[in-house]
Unconditional design. Structure first.
Length: 595
């Protein structure tokens, strides 16, 4: 094939590939334009997760009639004049590419009226071909409708994830902008259903509450710091509030959301030694630097930036976060007798659900500063080897301490068993077995029912929008587990029954526990989903630390644990037991070699 210049439609589709990856990318570009236009109110309508329609309306300064056509020309922008300006960018946009790109892969309609015009203009663009510009009546501001995204790029359509994932990307994006631009009122609708409404009154905690729920929002710690050339504000989680991945770590640099693994690492390091391995904080941090200290022109969707003095920025973030963490009265996790204090804990519940449990597991992870009793190391090896031969052998119950741990004598020394983790494991294996029994191995349909308790009075539950979407997608799986839940209003649910295992538990708490952490998987396999749901049910049903058990109950728990296939960890991977070998005891007592 001889070298030839590509036809403009092809060239612009190639360029669009960089900017428009999925419906959320369209939402991002349109939102940024509205923010750049100084809008005070931004309304976003989505249908069919953005595949059918993304419409963003604002009351910003509008586009003059004779400039509307230019908005869809490539490299046409009102935000940049010369290359020098690139180092002094005060707006979110500057590349002049978004509308051209979006227009080339959709049916796009731009309607706009500046405040000083009596009429507005409307332009339709179909697959990159601009139609004629019409004069129309329109409110002040701009509305951009993007329909049938990727209708002419079937390959892209195929790459889109399922609607709930695409919707989640949009929700996440909009909530992040709503947080960053808390003086702007955002309204987000999915298929005409309101999903997020912010007040625009600059109250970030209020927005956090609508994302994470009131309880989590209340716990988040505020960060406010001036560091050399950097000013920093935002929220971080206390050490009692963690996630199993970094998804909830969000940075904005000069008002732009950025993905910067190094910034994330700086943040996580500030929590060093304070979090369990594999747990991550939540954070939304807004960094403000002089524009000439950040290069924003290093990424097509402007998702990455380059700092002139990156070390200084990372140190600044670390110092500010560490200071905020230390200023907050830390929950002590190394001391003795501080743990399961029901009254003391009431004020700082971890995730608002089961404080004692989280604190207890923190203790395991930092066992009195001695790594020797960490079950993952050292002596555990011999115990594991022992298990691999014979299965778990009989543990002799010695007693219960602190209403949280069972003490037992085993094959080689002392075993401390976390009663909650152990019970979780026992319940998990039982319920999984029940589940397998009840479910057809062929098509996953329900052969028989898992016992459920029907509530005398159905309970209405109001959920934060993100959790509501999630519950919606899991309704069938939940019903198989015994949760009869119906959507009732836009993010309320009617709970008719709960699993019999959770009988007596507050249905709101039961459901909340189960949904938590669930957002994490992109598209979890169905079987995995169920295992995780079951793990969460067990977490809520298991006996708590702080619960005194009768000797009979203690014995039963030990022998149930012994019968488990994986007795050493709870369904969430935390250890159920700590082993202190006779050898270790002898060393600790200075008797080593005396035997
Ligand atoms: P960029 O934002 O990088 O300039 P875009 O393609 O996103 O490029 O937009 C092109 C131009 O269209 C912008 O520079 C701006 O002048 C105008 N524009 C786009 N959206 C809006 C809006 N919502 N309100 C006012 N002007 C807008
Ligand atoms: Mg733009």
């Amino acid at each position: 094939m001889p070298i030839h210049v590509l036809p403009p439609e092809v060239a612009s589709q190639i360029a669009a590939g960089e900017v428009v990856e999925r419906p959320a990318s369209v939402v991002k570009e349109l939102l940024e334009n509205s923010i750049d236009a100084g809008a005070a109110h931004i309304t976003i309508h989505i249908s069919e997760a953005g595949k059918r329609l993304v419409r963003v309306s604002d009351d910003g300064n509008g586009i003059p009639f004779d400039e509307i056509l230019l908005t869809v020309a490539r490299h046409a922008t009102s935000k940049l004049n010369s290359a020098d300006d690139l180092f002094n960018i005060q707006t979110l946009g500057f590349r002049g590419e978004a509308l051209a790109s979006i227009g080339s892969v959709s049916h796009m309609t731009i309607t706009s009226r500046p405040v000083d015009s009596s009429m507005g203009g409307r332009l339709q663009v179909v697959g990159g071909q601009a139609g004629s510009l019409e004069s129309v009546g329109a409110p002040v501001g701009t509305q951009v409708s993007v329909e049938d995204l990727f209708y002419n790029v079937p390959a892209r359509l195929k790459f889109l994830k399922n609607p709930s994932t695409e919707r989640r990307h949009i929700d996440e994006l909009v909530t992040r902008y709503a947080l960053a631009y808390s003086r702007v009122q955002f309204r987000l609708y999915h298929d005409e259903r309101p999903v997020l409404m912010t007040s625009g009154n600059n109250n970030r905690r209020e927005i956090l509450a609508s994302i994470y729920g009131v309880e989590v929002a209340r716990q988040l710690l505020e960060v406010l710091a001036e560091e050399e050339s950097l000013s920093l504000s935002g929220f971080i989680s206390p050490i009692s509030l963690t996630r199993s991945n970094r998804r909830e770590i969000v940075f904005f640099v000069n008002g732009r959301p950025v993905q910067d693994p190094a910034l994330g690492t700086a943040l996580v390091q500030a929590y060093h030694t304070l979090l369990m391995v594999g747990r991550y904080p939540l954070a939304m941090l807004f960094l403000q630097l002089a524009p000439d200290l950040v290069d924003v022109n290093v990424h097509p969707t402007k998702a990455e930036v380059r700092f002139k003095n990156s070390d200084q920025v990372f140190r600044g973030v670390q110092r500010a976060v560490r200071r905020a963490l230390l200023a907050y009265t830390p929950v002590p996790f190394l001391g003795i007798g501080l743990h399961w204090h029901p009254t003391g804990m009431a004020n700082s519940p971890a995730r608002g659900i089961d404080p004692t449990w989280t604190i207890a597991s923190d203790l395991q992870e930092h066992p009195a500063s001695s790594s020797e009793i960490n079950p993952q190391e050292g002596d555990a090896g011999s115990y594991q080897a022992h298990l691999a031969g014979v299965g778990i052998s009989i543990l002799r119950l010695v007693g219960q301490i602190a209403s949280a741990y069972l003490v037992a004598e085993g094959p080689d020394g002392l075993y401390l068993i976390d009663q909650h983790a152990a019970h979780e494991r026992v319940l998990f294996e039982n319920l999984m077995a029940m589940w397998r029994e009840a479910t057809s191995p062929i098509d996953g349909s329900l052969k028989s029912a898992i016992p459920a308790q029907v509530l005398l009075q159905p309970v209405t539950l109001e959920m934060p929008p993100a959790s509501a979407r999630l519950i919606e997608t899991q309704l069938p799986a939940l019903s198989q587990l015994g949760f009869q839940v119906e959507l009732f209003g836009r993010s309320s649910f009617l709970v008719r029954s709960i699993p019999a295992l959770l009988a007596g538990m507050d249905p709101a708490v039961a459901l909340a526990v189960i949904v938590e952490d669930f957002e994490e998987d992109e598209t979890p396999l169905q079987a995995e989903t169920e295992a995780r749901l079951i793990a969460r049910v067990c977490k809520s049903a298991a006996v708590k630390a702080g619960q005194a058990l009768s000797v009979e109950e203690q014995r039963a728990l030990l022998s149930d644990l012994e019968a488990c296939q994986s007795p050493r960890t709870c369904p969430h991977g935390r250890p159920t037991m700590i082993h202190l070998s006779v050898d270790l005891l002898e060393r600790q007592f200075g008797r080593h070699g005396a035997r």
